[in-house]
Ligand binder design. Structure first.
Ligand code: FES
Length: 316
C-alpha cells in the first residue's frame, strides 16, 4: 500500500483526553476532498498503524483532521500520537469509506458515543452544508468529555441531540425515544464502544430494516478457535495455493509474492478485501456490511476463510 507523507500542521486539545491533529501533504499538494465517514490508516511515530476517522470538512481539499483519544492502557499507539508536535511527520493511507451516506435514504440518524463522534462529525458537516436531512444523537459522559460539542452546537444546533451522563442502563430507553418517530426511508449510522453499538443496532432493528443500519466498527470480531480451522485451496491469477489451518489467506498469498495490501490484519479496516469469483466465504470480519457478506462476492482475506474446499479470488 502506498502511504502519503504528511506534516502535522495543527494540534488542538479538544477534551482532557482527545486531541485533534491536522495534517497537510509534505509536498504541499492538496490531500482531499474525501467522502464523509471515511477513515485513514495512520502510521504513528512508533510504527504502529491504526485506523482513524477523518473529521474535517469532507469538501475542504487542503488538509485532513483526525482525532485521537489517549487510551489509559495505550502501548504506544494513541500515547505516541498525543506526543506529536506541529511540524512532525507521519505517513497515512488514502481515505477509505466504509460508512458511506446511503443515497437512497430520505433521512439520516447519526448516533455516536464518546470518540465515536469522529466519523459522524464529517457526515454531519457534509449533510449540513449540502442540505441533507439528518439528526445527530451524541452520548458522552460529561460536557467537558464531549469532543467537538462546541463546534456542533455552533454549526447544527437544531440537529444535535446531546445525551450527557446517560447511564448504560438508561441508554436503551433514550435510543427508543430517539427512534420512536422516524420518517420513512430513514437510515441509522452508529459509532462508539462495541456494547453501545450493539444496543443501537438492537433498538434500530425495531424501526428500520437491517440494510438501513450502518456501523463504523474499529473493533475486531472475536475469532473462532483456530484449532477448528480446516485447510483449503485458493486460486488467484491461475495459480493455486494451499491455505493451511494455521495460516490466513493473506499470509499465504503474500508469502508467495502476491500483491495483496493489508493494514489492520484484524478484519476491521477493509484494506485486504478481495473479490470472490467462486466458493463460499466464511466471513469473520467486522468491516463488510451485512449485504456484502450475504452477496458472497467479496471477503476480507486477513481473517475470513471458507466453508468449502476452494475459493477463486481476484483483486478488488
Ligand atoms: S487488513 Fe484490515 S480488514 Fe484485512
Amino acid at each position: 500500500m502506498t502511504l502519503i507523507d504528511v506534516i502535522v500542521s495543527d494540534i488542538t486539545q479538544e477534551t482532557p483526553t482527545v486531541k485533534s491533529i491536522t495534517l497537510v501533504r509534505a509536498d504541499g499538494s492538496p490531500l482531499g476532498p474525501y467522502l464523509p465517514g471515511a477513515h485513514i490508516d495512520v502510521e504513528g511515530p512508533t510504527a504502529i498503524t491504526r485506523q482513524y476517522s477523518l473529521c474535517s470538512t469532507p469538501d475542504a481539499p487542503d488538509s485532513f483532521v483526525f482525532a485521537v483519544k489517549k487510551e489509559a492502557n495505550s502501548r504506544g499507539g494513541s500515547a505516541a500520537l498525543h506526543e506529536l508536535a506541529v511540524g512532525d511527520t507521519l505517513r497515512i493511507s488514502t481515505p477509505r469509506n466504509l460508512l458511506a451516506i446511503a443515497a437512497e435514504a430520505q433521512h439520516h440518524v447519526l448516533v455516536a458515543a464518546g470518540i465515536g463522534i469522529t466519523p459522524m462529525l464529517s457526515m454531519a458537516r457534509y449533510m449540513d452544508v449540502h442540505g441533507i436531512s439528518f439528526d445527530l444523537h451524541y452520548f458522552a459522559r460529561t460536557e467537558s468529555e464531549a469532543a467537538f460539542l462546541p463546534l456542533l452546537n455552533d454549526r447544527c444546533p437544531d440537529k444535535l441531540h446531546q445525551h450527557l451522563g446517560v447511564t448504560r442502563q438508561a441508554q436503551e430507553h433514550v435510543l427508543k425515544d430517539a427512534f420512536a418517530e422516524l420518517p420513512p426511508h430513514t437510515h441509522i449510522y452508529t459509532c462508539g464502544p462495541a456494547g453501545f453499538m450493539d444496543k443501537v443496532v438492537a433498538v434500530a432493528r425495531e424501526h428500520v430494516s437491517p440494510d438501513a443500519i450502518h456501523l463504523e466498527n474499529f473493533h475486531a470480531s472475536e475469532q473462532p478457535d483456530a484449532s477448528a480451522n480446516a485447510a483449503f485451496e485458493v486460486e488467484l491469477d491461475g495459480e493455486t495455493y494451499r491455505i493451511p489451518a494455521d495460516k490466513s489467506i493473506v499470509e499465504v498469498l503474500q508469502e508467495n509474492g502476491c500483491d495483496v495490501d493489508t493494514s489492520c490484519q484484524e478484519g476491521i479496516c477493509g484494506t485486504c478485501i478481495m473479490q470472490v469469483l467462486e466458493g463460499s466465504p466464511e466471513h469473520r470480519d467486522n468491516v463488510l456490511t451485512r449485504a456484502e457478506k450475504e452477496s458472497g462476492e467479496v471477503m476480507a482475506v486477513c481473517v475470513s476463510r471458507t466453508t468449502g474446499r476452494r475459493l477463486v479470488l481476484d483483486y478488488y
